[in-house]
Design a protein around this ligand. Sequence first.
Ligand code: HEC
Length: 139
Amino acid sequence: MRFLTLFALALLGAGCAAGTDATPTGVATPVDPAALGRQTFVSYCVPCHGASGEGFVNALDAPALNADGQSHLLSDAAILSAIIDGGAASGGKPPGGSMAPLGDALSAGQEAAVLQYVHTLWTDEQRAAHEAAGGHGEQ
Ligand code: HEC
């Protein structure tokens, strides 16, 4: 009996091993943060900020997030606050805090990735200015 049980367990083990060796289809692969950031931007930001962050695409008049705008002058903390808590919590940035809070819709990974994606919309000079102003520090 004991021998049979061991035999059954060995079979089960073989089954599992075969499972892991199978093609990785459907298995979660590590997500590339750059791809996640772009995907998050397209799904959650483009409707108001435009496909390339050009802004002013609907009645909310969301400002440009690309090189034409001023978002590089904001700290990362302020940008994250806008993303998570919406316009009201970002200090009522003009034109008046009408950005939707997305904290409940996005994972922490998506928030970090989309923040990095916003950085890619700026020029090298703007990125440098952002860093120099302590973009990675506090507000
Ligand atoms: C429902 C429309 C809407 C969506 C969706 C939206 N925003 Fe906004 N966003 C706005 C508006 C309107 C403002 C203007 C400021 C405010 O509301 O306080 C703004 C302001 C901002 C600012 C401040 C810009 C500045 O120059 O002051 C940042 C940064 C920002 N949004 C990033 C994002 C990101 C990143 C996403 C996607 C994760 C996003 N927004 C999604 C409407 C939106």
